[in-house]
Ligand binder design. Sequence first.
Ligand code: OVM
Length: 420
Amino acid sequence: MSEIIPPIPVPVPSLVPSPVRGAPTWDIDPYSRDVLLNLEAWYDGLRERGPIVWLSHYGCWAIGHFEVVREVFADWQRFGSARGVGLADFAREQPWRPPSILLEVDPPDHDRTRKVMMRTMTPRALAGLEAPMRREAEALVERLLQRDTFDAVKDLAEAYPLKVFPDAVGLNADDREKLLIYGAMVFNAIGPDNEVRRESLANAAAVVPWITAKCARDALIETDLPGSGLGELIYQAVDDDEITEAEAGLLVRSLLSAGIDTTVASLGAALKYFSENPSEWDIVRDDPTQVRKAIEEVLRLSSPVHAFFRTASVDTEISGITVSEGDKIMCVLGAANTDPEKWPDAARFDVTRKAAGHIAFGTGIHVCVGMAVARLEMDAMLTALAERVERIEALEVATWRPGNSLRTLDHGRMRLIAKK
Ligand code: OVM
Protein backbone atom coordinates (compact mmCIF):
# COMPACT_ATOMS: atom_id res chain seq x y z
CA MET A 1 0.00 0.00 0.00
CA SER A 2 1.41 3.36 -0.91
CA GLU A 3 0.91 6.16 1.53
CA ILE A 4 -0.94 9.21 0.47
CA ILE A 5 1.59 12.00 0.32
CA PRO A 6 0.14 15.48 0.57
CA PRO A 7 1.04 17.55 -2.46
CA ILE A 8 3.79 20.07 -1.95
CA PRO A 9 2.66 23.50 -3.10
CA VAL A 10 4.76 24.48 -6.08
CA PRO A 11 5.28 28.21 -6.53
CA VAL A 12 3.80 29.30 -9.83
CA PRO A 13 6.56 30.96 -11.82
CA SER A 14 5.67 34.29 -13.33
CA LEU A 15 5.40 33.49 -17.01
CA VAL A 16 6.14 36.08 -19.63
CA PRO A 17 3.25 36.19 -22.09
CA SER A 18 4.06 35.94 -25.76
CA PRO A 19 4.30 39.37 -27.34
CA VAL A 20 2.89 37.96 -30.56
CA ARG A 21 -0.66 36.76 -31.06
CA GLY A 22 -0.71 33.34 -32.67
CA ALA A 23 2.86 32.35 -31.84
CA PRO A 24 3.14 28.92 -30.23
CA THR A 25 4.00 29.32 -26.55
CA TRP A 26 5.58 26.72 -24.29
CA ASP A 27 6.09 27.03 -20.54
CA ILE A 28 8.87 24.41 -20.36
CA ASP A 29 12.13 25.34 -18.62
CA PRO A 30 14.75 23.96 -21.05
CA TYR A 31 17.43 24.56 -18.38
CA SER A 32 15.80 22.41 -15.74
CA ARG A 33 17.84 19.42 -14.64
CA ASP A 34 15.31 16.99 -16.13
CA VAL A 35 15.53 18.55 -19.57
CA LEU A 36 19.32 18.86 -19.51
CA LEU A 37 19.54 15.15 -18.74
CA ASN A 38 17.11 14.22 -21.52
CA LEU A 39 17.63 16.68 -24.33
CA GLU A 40 15.98 14.53 -27.02
CA ALA A 41 12.48 14.98 -25.55
CA TRP A 42 12.96 18.76 -25.49
CA TYR A 43 14.29 18.76 -29.06
CA ASP A 44 11.29 16.75 -30.28
CA GLY A 45 8.75 18.85 -28.36
CA LEU A 46 10.27 22.08 -29.63
CA ARG A 47 10.24 21.01 -33.28
CA GLU A 48 6.70 19.67 -32.99
CA ARG A 49 5.41 22.99 -31.65
CA GLY A 50 6.54 24.85 -34.74
CA PRO A 51 9.43 26.63 -36.43
CA ILE A 52 9.57 29.29 -33.71
CA VAL A 53 8.22 28.98 -30.18
CA TRP A 54 7.86 31.53 -27.37
CA LEU A 55 9.39 30.26 -24.12
CA SER A 56 7.25 31.94 -21.49
CA HIS A 57 9.54 30.76 -18.67
CA TYR A 58 12.30 33.07 -19.88
CA GLY A 59 10.57 35.49 -22.23
CA CYS A 60 12.62 34.49 -25.25
CA TRP A 61 12.18 32.62 -28.52
CA ALA A 62 13.44 29.14 -29.35
CA ILE A 63 14.03 27.59 -32.76
CA GLY A 64 14.76 23.94 -33.57
CA HIS A 65 13.99 23.34 -37.25
CA PHE A 66 17.17 22.76 -39.23
CA GLU A 67 16.45 25.29 -41.97
CA VAL A 68 15.35 27.97 -39.51
CA VAL A 69 18.38 27.62 -37.24
CA ARG A 70 20.58 27.74 -40.31
CA GLU A 71 18.84 30.88 -41.56
CA VAL A 72 19.29 32.68 -38.23
CA PHE A 73 22.96 31.73 -37.89
CA ALA A 74 23.61 32.74 -41.48
CA ASP A 75 22.23 36.26 -40.96
CA TRP A 76 24.50 38.15 -38.59
CA GLN A 77 23.01 41.46 -39.66
CA ARG A 78 19.58 40.62 -38.27
CA PHE A 79 20.71 38.26 -35.53
CA GLY A 80 23.72 39.56 -33.65
CA SER A 81 26.18 38.12 -31.15
CA ALA A 82 27.40 41.33 -29.50
CA ARG A 83 24.68 41.19 -26.84
CA GLY A 84 25.96 37.76 -25.85
CA VAL A 85 25.26 34.26 -27.17
CA GLY A 86 23.56 33.25 -23.94
CA LEU A 87 20.28 34.12 -22.27
CA ALA A 88 21.83 37.19 -20.61
CA ASP A 89 21.50 40.38 -22.66
CA PHE A 90 24.82 42.25 -22.43
CA ALA A 91 22.95 45.46 -23.26
CA ARG A 92 21.07 45.09 -19.97
CA GLU A 93 23.32 43.19 -17.63
CA GLN A 94 27.03 43.09 -16.94
CA PRO A 95 28.68 39.99 -18.47
CA TRP A 96 30.43 37.69 -16.00
CA ARG A 97 33.80 38.30 -17.71
CA PRO A 98 35.10 40.80 -20.29
CA PRO A 99 33.30 39.63 -23.44
CA SER A 100 35.07 37.49 -26.00
CA ILE A 101 36.35 39.65 -28.86
CA LEU A 102 35.73 36.72 -31.21
CA LEU A 103 32.43 35.16 -30.14
CA GLU A 104 30.52 37.98 -28.49
CA VAL A 105 31.01 40.61 -31.18
CA ASP A 106 29.60 41.53 -34.61
CA PRO A 107 31.27 42.87 -37.75
CA PRO A 108 33.20 44.99 -38.37
CA ASP A 109 34.98 44.43 -35.03
CA HIS A 110 34.64 40.68 -35.40
CA ASP A 111 36.41 40.47 -38.75
CA ARG A 112 39.83 41.66 -37.62
CA THR A 113 40.07 39.23 -34.70
CA ARG A 114 38.54 36.36 -36.68
CA LYS A 115 41.17 36.81 -39.37
CA VAL A 116 43.99 36.48 -36.84
CA MET A 117 42.43 33.33 -35.38
CA MET A 118 41.83 31.80 -38.82
CA ARG A 119 45.49 32.23 -39.67
CA THR A 120 46.51 30.06 -36.72
CA MET A 121 44.19 27.29 -37.96
CA THR A 122 45.15 26.99 -41.64
CA PRO A 123 46.06 23.53 -42.94
CA ARG A 124 49.67 24.71 -43.11
CA ALA A 125 49.69 25.90 -39.51
CA LEU A 126 48.04 22.67 -38.40
CA ALA A 127 50.19 20.29 -40.43
CA GLY A 128 52.73 20.16 -37.63
CA LEU A 129 50.04 19.14 -35.14
CA GLU A 130 49.12 15.90 -36.83
CA ALA A 131 52.14 13.79 -35.90
CA PRO A 132 52.20 14.66 -32.17
CA MET A 133 48.41 14.28 -31.94
CA ARG A 134 48.49 10.83 -33.53
CA ARG A 135 51.44 9.80 -31.37
CA GLU A 136 49.65 10.84 -28.17
CA ALA A 137 46.44 9.10 -29.21
CA GLU A 138 48.27 5.86 -29.97
CA ALA A 139 50.14 6.00 -26.68
CA LEU A 140 46.95 6.61 -24.72
CA VAL A 141 45.18 3.70 -26.41
CA GLU A 142 48.11 1.43 -25.52
CA ARG A 143 47.93 2.50 -21.88
CA LEU A 144 44.17 1.93 -21.74
CA LEU A 145 44.57 -1.52 -23.32
CA GLN A 146 46.85 -2.42 -20.40
CA ARG A 147 44.09 -1.62 -17.95
CA ASP A 148 41.16 -3.79 -17.01
CA THR A 149 38.69 -0.89 -17.03
CA PHE A 150 38.83 2.89 -17.40
CA ASP A 151 36.52 5.87 -17.18
CA ALA A 152 35.52 7.08 -20.65
CA VAL A 153 35.40 10.68 -19.48
CA LYS A 154 38.30 11.16 -17.10
CA ASP A 155 40.76 8.72 -18.65
CA LEU A 156 40.11 9.34 -22.33
CA ALA A 157 37.65 12.11 -23.33
CA GLU A 158 39.24 14.59 -20.89
CA ALA A 159 42.77 13.23 -20.74
CA TYR A 160 43.44 13.43 -24.46
CA PRO A 161 42.38 17.01 -25.32
CA LEU A 162 43.83 18.22 -22.04
CA LYS A 163 47.20 16.88 -23.15
CA VAL A 164 47.34 17.74 -26.83
CA PHE A 165 45.51 21.07 -27.12
CA PRO A 166 47.30 23.08 -24.42
CA ASP A 167 50.56 21.62 -25.76
CA ALA A 168 49.66 23.00 -29.20
CA VAL A 169 48.86 26.41 -27.74
CA GLY A 170 52.12 26.53 -25.78
CA LEU A 171 50.41 26.73 -22.40
CA ASN A 172 52.81 26.42 -19.49
CA ALA A 173 50.83 24.65 -16.78
CA ASP A 174 51.23 21.52 -14.69
CA ASP A 175 47.81 22.24 -13.24
CA ARG A 176 46.02 22.22 -16.57
CA GLU A 177 42.93 20.46 -15.16
CA LYS A 178 41.91 24.00 -14.21
CA LEU A 179 41.08 24.45 -17.89
CA LEU A 180 38.14 22.07 -17.47
CA ILE A 181 36.80 24.18 -14.61
CA TYR A 182 37.19 27.29 -16.73
CA GLY A 183 35.50 25.66 -19.74
CA ALA A 184 32.56 24.63 -17.56
CA MET A 185 32.24 28.25 -16.40
CA VAL A 186 32.27 29.58 -19.97
CA PHE A 187 29.68 27.14 -21.28
CA ASN A 188 27.41 27.09 -18.25
CA ALA A 189 27.38 30.90 -18.15
CA ILE A 190 25.41 30.76 -21.42
CA GLY A 191 22.30 29.65 -19.50
CA PRO A 192 20.03 31.21 -16.88
CA ASP A 193 20.99 31.79 -13.26
CA ASN A 194 20.31 28.17 -12.33
CA GLU A 195 22.24 25.84 -10.05
CA VAL A 196 24.46 24.60 -12.89
CA ARG A 197 25.57 28.16 -13.69
CA ARG A 198 25.97 29.23 -10.08
CA GLU A 199 28.05 26.19 -9.14
CA SER A 200 30.36 26.73 -12.11
CA LEU A 201 30.78 30.46 -11.60
CA ALA A 202 31.60 29.90 -7.93
CA ASN A 203 35.05 28.91 -9.23
CA ALA A 204 35.65 32.26 -10.92
CA ALA A 205 37.79 33.82 -8.20
CA ALA A 206 40.13 30.83 -8.20
CA VAL A 207 40.40 30.29 -11.95
CA VAL A 208 39.97 33.60 -13.82
CA PRO A 209 43.22 35.21 -12.58
CA TRP A 210 45.05 31.96 -13.35
CA ILE A 211 43.76 31.87 -16.96
CA THR A 212 44.52 35.55 -17.49
CA ALA A 213 48.11 35.06 -16.33
CA LYS A 214 48.58 31.99 -18.54
CA CYS A 215 47.45 33.89 -21.64
CA ALA A 216 50.24 36.49 -21.41
CA ARG A 217 52.88 36.34 -24.14
CA ASP A 218 55.80 35.73 -21.83
CA ALA A 219 53.90 32.95 -20.05
CA LEU A 220 53.70 30.85 -23.24
CA ILE A 221 56.33 28.20 -23.91
CA GLU A 222 57.92 26.54 -26.93
CA THR A 223 55.92 23.75 -28.54
CA ASP A 224 56.85 20.72 -30.63
CA LEU A 225 55.41 22.49 -33.63
CA PRO A 226 57.69 23.74 -36.36
CA GLY A 227 57.57 27.53 -36.19
CA SER A 228 55.54 28.27 -33.11
CA GLY A 229 52.55 27.31 -31.02
CA LEU A 230 49.03 28.62 -31.61
CA GLY A 231 49.40 31.15 -28.79
CA GLU A 232 52.60 32.64 -30.16
CA LEU A 233 51.07 32.78 -33.66
CA ILE A 234 48.37 35.04 -32.23
CA TYR A 235 50.98 37.29 -30.61
CA GLN A 236 52.80 37.61 -33.93
CA ALA A 237 49.78 39.61 -35.12
CA VAL A 238 50.72 42.18 -32.44
CA ASP A 239 54.15 42.57 -34.03
CA ASP A 240 52.36 43.21 -37.34
CA ASP A 241 50.11 45.86 -35.69
CA GLU A 242 46.93 43.93 -36.50
CA ILE A 243 45.81 43.63 -32.88
CA THR A 244 46.96 44.97 -29.53
CA GLU A 245 48.80 42.95 -26.91
CA ALA A 246 45.65 42.96 -24.75
CA GLU A 247 43.56 41.68 -27.66
CA ALA A 248 46.06 38.88 -28.27
CA GLY A 249 45.67 37.83 -24.64
CA LEU A 250 41.90 37.70 -25.08
CA LEU A 251 42.26 35.61 -28.25
CA VAL A 252 44.48 33.12 -26.44
CA ARG A 253 41.73 33.08 -23.81
CA SER A 254 39.27 32.19 -26.60
CA LEU A 255 41.44 29.21 -27.56
CA LEU A 256 41.43 28.02 -23.96
CA SER A 257 37.71 28.76 -23.51
CA ALA A 258 36.40 26.94 -26.55
CA GLY A 259 39.16 24.48 -27.41
CA ILE A 260 38.96 21.79 -24.77
CA ASP A 261 35.54 21.04 -23.26
CA THR A 262 33.98 20.91 -26.73
CA THR A 263 36.38 18.16 -27.81
CA VAL A 264 35.93 16.40 -24.47
CA ALA A 265 32.20 16.34 -25.22
CA SER A 266 32.73 14.99 -28.74
CA LEU A 267 35.08 12.21 -27.68
CA GLY A 268 32.79 11.20 -24.82
CA ALA A 269 29.83 11.01 -27.19
CA ALA A 270 31.88 8.90 -29.62
CA LEU A 271 32.71 6.39 -26.89
CA LYS A 272 29.11 6.27 -25.70
CA TYR A 273 27.68 5.77 -29.19
CA PHE A 274 30.25 3.19 -30.32
CA SER A 275 29.97 1.17 -27.10
CA GLU A 276 26.18 1.17 -27.42
CA ASN A 277 26.19 0.41 -31.16
CA PRO A 278 28.86 -2.29 -31.64
CA SER A 279 27.87 -2.93 -35.27
CA GLU A 280 28.77 0.70 -36.06
CA TRP A 281 32.16 0.15 -34.43
CA ASP A 282 32.65 -2.95 -36.60
CA ILE A 283 32.29 -0.77 -39.71
CA VAL A 284 34.91 1.74 -38.57
CA ARG A 285 37.31 -0.82 -37.17
CA ASP A 286 37.22 -2.94 -40.35
CA ASP A 287 37.75 0.12 -42.52
CA PRO A 288 39.41 3.05 -40.73
CA THR A 289 38.85 5.22 -43.81
CA GLN A 290 35.28 5.42 -42.44
CA VAL A 291 36.53 7.39 -39.41
CA ARG A 292 36.06 10.71 -41.15
CA LYS A 293 32.38 10.06 -41.84
CA ALA A 294 31.87 8.64 -38.36
CA ILE A 295 33.21 11.86 -36.82
CA GLU A 296 30.49 13.87 -38.58
CA GLU A 297 27.81 11.47 -37.37
CA VAL A 298 29.04 11.75 -33.77
CA LEU A 299 28.96 15.54 -34.09
CA ARG A 300 25.51 15.57 -35.69
CA LEU A 301 23.84 13.27 -33.22
CA SER A 302 25.51 14.57 -30.07
CA SER A 303 25.65 18.28 -31.02
CA PRO A 304 28.23 19.10 -28.32
CA VAL A 305 27.00 22.70 -28.14
CA HIS A 306 23.29 21.99 -27.76
CA ALA A 307 22.15 25.62 -27.84
CA PHE A 308 23.54 29.14 -28.30
CA PHE A 309 21.59 32.41 -28.63
CA ARG A 310 21.40 35.30 -30.99
CA THR A 311 19.74 38.68 -30.31
CA ALA A 312 17.50 40.35 -32.91
CA SER A 313 19.21 43.57 -34.06
CA VAL A 314 16.05 44.82 -35.83
CA ASP A 315 12.31 44.19 -35.86
CA THR A 316 12.00 41.25 -38.23
CA GLU A 317 10.22 37.96 -38.91
CA ILE A 318 11.17 34.34 -38.47
CA SER A 319 8.92 31.86 -40.27
CA GLY A 320 6.17 34.49 -40.47
CA ILE A 321 6.28 35.36 -36.75
CA THR A 322 7.22 38.90 -35.73
CA VAL A 323 10.41 39.11 -33.70
CA SER A 324 11.29 42.44 -32.11
CA GLU A 325 14.60 44.21 -31.80
CA GLY A 326 16.28 43.07 -28.60
CA ASP A 327 14.52 39.69 -28.45
CA LYS A 328 16.71 36.76 -27.49
CA ILE A 329 16.52 33.68 -29.71
CA MET A 330 17.61 30.31 -28.38
CA CYS A 331 19.06 28.44 -31.36
CA VAL A 332 18.82 24.77 -30.52
CA LEU A 333 21.55 23.11 -32.56
CA GLY A 334 20.78 19.68 -31.14
CA ALA A 335 17.18 19.93 -32.36
CA ALA A 336 18.28 21.13 -35.81
CA ASN A 337 20.74 18.27 -36.14
CA THR A 338 18.05 15.72 -35.31
CA ASP A 339 15.26 17.33 -37.37
CA PRO A 340 13.50 14.44 -39.17
CA GLU A 341 12.68 16.79 -42.07
CA LYS A 342 16.40 16.93 -42.76
CA TRP A 343 17.70 13.63 -41.34
CA PRO A 344 15.92 10.35 -42.08
CA ASP A 345 15.81 8.13 -38.99
CA ALA A 346 17.37 11.10 -37.22
CA ALA A 347 17.76 9.52 -33.78
CA ARG A 348 19.79 6.60 -35.12
CA PHE A 349 23.60 6.56 -34.87
CA ASP A 350 24.54 5.52 -38.39
CA VAL A 351 28.17 6.07 -39.40
CA THR A 352 27.38 5.41 -43.05
CA ARG A 353 24.82 8.20 -43.37
CA LYS A 354 25.56 11.51 -45.06
CA ALA A 355 26.01 13.55 -41.87
CA ALA A 356 28.05 16.27 -43.55
CA GLY A 357 25.99 19.45 -43.54
CA HIS A 358 25.15 19.24 -39.84
CA ILE A 359 25.50 22.51 -37.96
CA ALA A 360 27.17 21.21 -34.81
CA PHE A 361 29.95 23.76 -35.47
CA GLY A 362 27.39 26.45 -36.24
CA THR A 363 27.36 28.16 -39.62
CA GLY A 364 27.94 31.64 -40.98
CA ILE A 365 30.63 34.10 -39.92
CA HIS A 366 30.95 32.63 -36.42
CA VAL A 367 31.28 29.02 -37.55
CA CYS A 368 33.71 27.23 -35.25
CA VAL A 369 37.18 28.55 -36.03
CA GLY A 370 38.77 25.49 -34.39
CA MET A 371 36.87 22.81 -36.27
CA ALA A 372 39.92 21.56 -38.17
CA VAL A 373 41.76 21.00 -34.88
CA ALA A 374 38.68 19.36 -33.36
CA ARG A 375 38.37 16.99 -36.31
CA LEU A 376 42.08 16.23 -36.17
CA GLU A 377 41.86 15.24 -32.49
CA MET A 378 38.80 13.10 -33.15
CA ASP A 379 40.47 11.50 -36.15
CA ALA A 380 43.69 10.80 -34.26
CA MET A 381 41.82 9.15 -31.39
CA LEU A 382 39.26 7.16 -33.38
CA THR A 383 41.90 5.97 -35.84
CA ALA A 384 44.19 4.85 -33.01
CA LEU A 385 41.25 2.94 -31.50
CA ALA A 386 40.25 1.45 -34.87
CA GLU A 387 43.79 0.12 -35.39
CA ARG A 388 43.99 -1.67 -32.06
CA VAL A 389 40.54 -2.23 -30.56
CA GLU A 390 38.13 -5.02 -31.47
CA ARG A 391 35.35 -3.81 -29.21
CA ILE A 392 34.56 -0.91 -26.88
CA GLU A 393 32.62 -2.42 -24.01
CA ALA A 394 30.42 -0.31 -21.72
CA LEU A 395 30.30 -1.65 -18.17
CA GLU A 396 27.56 0.80 -17.19
CA VAL A 397 25.29 3.22 -18.99
CA ALA A 398 27.40 6.27 -19.76
CA THR A 399 25.38 9.21 -18.47
CA TRP A 400 25.22 12.84 -19.59
CA ARG A 401 26.13 15.70 -17.26
CA PRO A 402 23.66 18.60 -17.08
CA GLY A 403 25.19 21.56 -18.92
CA ASN A 404 23.66 24.88 -19.94
CA SER A 405 25.17 24.77 -23.42
CA LEU A 406 27.47 21.75 -23.66
CA ARG A 407 26.22 18.22 -23.85
CA THR A 408 29.04 16.32 -22.24
CA LEU A 409 29.29 12.91 -20.60
CA ASP A 410 29.54 12.71 -16.85
CA HIS A 411 31.17 9.30 -16.55
CA GLY A 412 31.11 5.83 -18.07
CA ARG A 413 33.13 2.84 -17.02
CA MET A 414 34.41 0.96 -20.09
CA ARG A 415 36.84 -1.71 -21.26
CA LEU A 416 38.79 -1.95 -24.50
CA ILE A 417 39.04 -5.43 -26.03
CA ALA A 418 42.23 -5.68 -28.08
CA LYS A 419 42.24 -7.05 -31.62
CA LYS A 420 43.73 -10.53 -31.90
C1 OVM B 1 35.44 32.50 -26.65
C2 OVM B 1 34.52 31.33 -26.81
C3 OVM B 1 34.00 30.77 -25.69
C4 OVM B 1 33.13 29.71 -25.77
C5 OVM B 1 32.80 29.19 -26.98
C6 OVM B 1 33.30 29.74 -28.08
C7 OVM B 1 32.23 28.04 -29.36
C8 OVM B 1 34.17 30.82 -28.01
O1 OVM B 1 35.80 32.80 -25.53
O2 OVM B 1 35.79 33.14 -27.63
O3 OVM B 1 32.97 29.22 -29.29
